[in-house]
Design a protein around this ligand. Structure first.
Ligand SMILES: Nc1nc2c(ncn2[C@@H]2O[C@H](COP(=O)(O)OP(=O)(O)OP(=O)(O)O)[C@@H](O)[C@H]2O)c(=O)[nH]1
Ligand SMILES: [Mg+2]
Length: 682
């Protein structure tokens, strides 16, 4: 029997890198009895981080689906990676849940990716619970962290738990909703709650009052009774709290020490009692709810089970041994085995009902972002809104002959992870691998080796320069070979004119009186276009000009298409030299988000990269700087930004337009291109 929507809680666990998301999920699984041992990141034994690459790097690299049963409810937990390079999985997870559990470190408070996750959750109008983790660490401070949450995320963040003690003297957690304390031995299963220790009474009373004030403020009827001095029952408070959390009017703040399994019971209670079920809150995927619909938000390449698709049932019921239609490819998919996932472990399942999240193995043509329907109908596939890749590398196989293997491997990886993009640059001919961060691309390279057995190398990609002209010019190209046997003769006179915006190519046939027969004129055009593929300045493609073919001559026996092609290219090369040619470079629109205190250093650095500042927007301790920077100057930006901001900066960029390269820089590029050409010729 599928679980009723009212008994499901779907929660994406999101937050900055290394704030304990995976450890918290582990603690919840352990406390709820879904697993028998509390695994650790250090031993590589957590349920969420099951991949070898995750063990090696001690970080999550992909979303991982788990579930627990608590208070008769099924809580689906999606543990997501905190590294911005893997935020595709965070975004996808947030798209399919009603609630987000946002983790922060009690030492660090709100960090870059905390705000990013928060904004995404806000965009999708999700209910949010914050958990302040790592309260046992040196310099951890719950109250300071709570202030930073209220300042930087929302003033509606309200404590529902309090720590008992602090740092290494932390001994437990108080649940302000139920007025109970948890002080069980560290690392074992938390025991039933106990009385709140007497010495904390006044602090607890203060925060309980703050909590009640916030809750009743969202519920008029309750407010009246509260002001009347009536006692409110736990159920009433919980009920009003859930309504407020559902509407985004309160963001409860919990306490935890994930690695010691402290605060886990209260956190699980909060997820059940505070987060709305799919029956209570509607997430808008824009699909309606006629018939069966399921949205695939994650594809896993499982070493044993092959490809596994993780899906959220939007409406209806997905059953094993049934058939669904893929809305994108219109192909029929045979749904064989359905799987309930616990990290990498799976158990077979008969069906998933509306609102539930589960997995299906071995679909032939379905991946991340696909919509599965019981019958074709007119709906839009939900958008995942992934960010564009920010950094590109040229990839080459280490061994000759591995090109195809590498190509296949990269294509597979980008199917699994749409934020990993591979393409061939038509201009430079290089195979480019683009991703969201350095680690993102490096992990892909590791996987090409470990899963597909091919070694690849990464290089800085070539900058796709272009060439163009700035002046009108005229030249004649004459190709003549008339000694012995059949000769060759072609003769063309052309005029080059610059086109607006350095873009495009036009060919105007202005021959009058048939001085070049109609049949040979396209050959002139062809010869010119071929010559334009490698401009004379730096061998870059030429664009942004009009060619007028105005005159020429021919020979009734010796003229041929070949001869006119050569004549066209000779005419072009000569005219090009006189047309004041210049080099063009791609300019990128760059957006850099950094802590306020790094703005000066980052601006200075952008300036030294020939960047032009376009604007600055400060927001909650972070400033977004917008600038235009030449691509050649920003290819290796990520390392610099990391060192300028202590790893707290973030950037993305997109192509803006081509612009002339300043002449002193152009001279260098031209000289290098000449040298490359000479070396290649030797
Ligand atoms: N002292 C202490 N250490 C913790 C706590 N929670 C997690 N850790 C440690 O912090 C490190 C990061 O924990 P993870 O669970 O991997 O954090 P994460 O948020 O999943 O990290 P990413 O997935 O890489 O973003 C690990 O070394 C954990 O053992 C805690 O409550 N107290
Ligand atoms: Mg993790």
């Amino acid at each position: 029997m599928p679980v009723e929507p009212g008994k499901i809680r779907n929660v994406a666990v999101v937050g900055h890198r290394s704030t304990g998301k995976t450890s918290l999920v582990e603690a919840m699984l352990f406390q709820a009895g879904a697993i028998n041992r509390l695994g650790t990141i250090e031993a590589g034994s957590t349920t969420g981080d099951w991949d070898d690459d995750e063990h090696n790097r001690q970080m999550s690299l992909a979303a991982s689906l788990c579930h627990v049963e608590w208070q008769g409810r099924k809580i689906n937990l999606i543990d997501t990676p905190g590294d911005p390079g893997f935020q595709g999985d965070m975004i996808a997870a947030l798209r399919v849940v009603e609630g987000a559990l946002v983790t922060v470190s009690a030492v660090m408070g709100v960090e870059v990716q905390t705000s990013r996750a928060w904004q995404r959750a806000e965009q999708y109008d999700l209910s949010r619970v914050v958990v302040v983790n790592m309260l046992d660490r040196e310099r951890a401070d719950f109250f300071r962290t709570l202030e930073s949450l209220r300042d930087q995320l929302s003033p509606r963040c309200v404590a529902v738990h309090l720590p008992i003690g602090a740092e290494h003297e932390l001994t437990g957690v108080v649940d302000l909703l139920h007025m109970k304390a948890y002080t069980s031995p560290e690392g074992e299963r938390e025991a039933a709650p106990s009385e709140i220790p007497g010495e904390f009474e006044s602090q607890v009373a203060e925060y309980r009052e703050k909590l009640l004030d916030s809750v009743v403020e969202t519920d008029e009827a309750l407010m009246e009774r509260y002001l009347d001095g009536q006692e409110l029952s736990d159920e009433e408070v919980a009920h009003a709290l859930k309504d407020a959390v559902t509407r985004g009017e309160i963001f409860p703040v919990a306490c935890a020490v994930a690695t010691k399994n402290l605060g886990t019971t209260a956190l699980l209670d909060l997820l059940v009692e505070g987060v709305p079920s799919p029956a209570k809150k509607h997430i808008d995927l824009g699909v309606g709810d006629d018939g069966t619909a399921a949205f695939v938000f994650k594809t896993i390449a499982d070493p044993f089970a092959g490809r596994i698709n993780v899906l959220r049932v939007i409406s209806g019921e997905v059953k094993s041994d049934s058939t669904l239609a893929n809305h994108r490819s219109h192909s029929k998919e045979r749904v064989g085995q359905l799987l309930a996932l616990q990290g990498k472990e799976h158990t077979q399942q008969e069906a998933f009902g509306a609102g539930d999240i589960g997995a299906v193995a071995k679909l032939k043509d379905t991946t991340t972002g696909d919509l599965l329907l019981d019958a074709e109908r007119e709906v839009e596939t939900p958008e995942l809104g992934f960010p564009e890749p920010v950094m590109s590398f040229a990839v080459t196989p280490k061994a000759k002959g591995d090109e195809e293997k590498v190509g296949t491997a990269l294509r597979r990886l980008s199917e699994e992870d749409p934020t990993l993009v591979i393409r061939r640059d038509p201009q430079t001919g290089e195979q480019l691998l683009s991703g969201l961060s350095q680690i993102h691309v490096e992990v892909a390279v590791d996987r090409v080796r470990s899963r597909f057995g091919a070694e690849v190398e990464l290089h800085q990609p070539r900058v796709p320069y272009l060439e163009t002209i700035r002046k009108e010019s005229r030249a004649q190209g004459r190709y003549k070979k008339q000694t012995g046997g059949r000769g060759q003769f072609g003769d063309a006179v052309i005029v080059l004119e610059p086109l607006e915006g350095h873009q495009g190519y036009e060919f105007a046939d202005e021959i009058v009186g048939g001085v070049i027969p109609q049949s040979f004129r396209p050959a002139v055009d062809k010869g010119i276009q071929e010559a334009m593929q490698h401009g004379e300045l730096a061998g870059a493609p030429v664009q942004g000009l009009r060619v007028r073919l105005i005159d020429g001559s021919y020979h009734s026996v010796d003229s041929s298409e070949m001869a006119f092609k050569i004549a066209g290219s000779l005419a072009f090369k000569q005219a090009y030299e006189q047309a004041d040619p210049v080099l063009l470079e791609p300019i990128m629109d760059v957006e850099v988000t950094v802590p306020d205190e790094s703005v000066g250093a980052v601006n200075g650095d952008l300036n030294s990269r020939r960047g032009r500042l376009q604007g600055m927007e400060p927001k909650g301790g972070m400033t977004t700087i917008k600038a235009e920077v030449p691509m050649s100057e920003i290819l290796t930006y990520s390392q610099s930004l990391t060192s300028l901001t202590g790893g707290r900066g973030d950037y993305h960029m997109s192509f803006a337009r081509y612009e002339e390269v300043p002449s002193h820089i152009a001279q260098k590029i031209i000289a290098e291109a000449k040298q490359d050409k000479e070396e290649a010729a030797v």
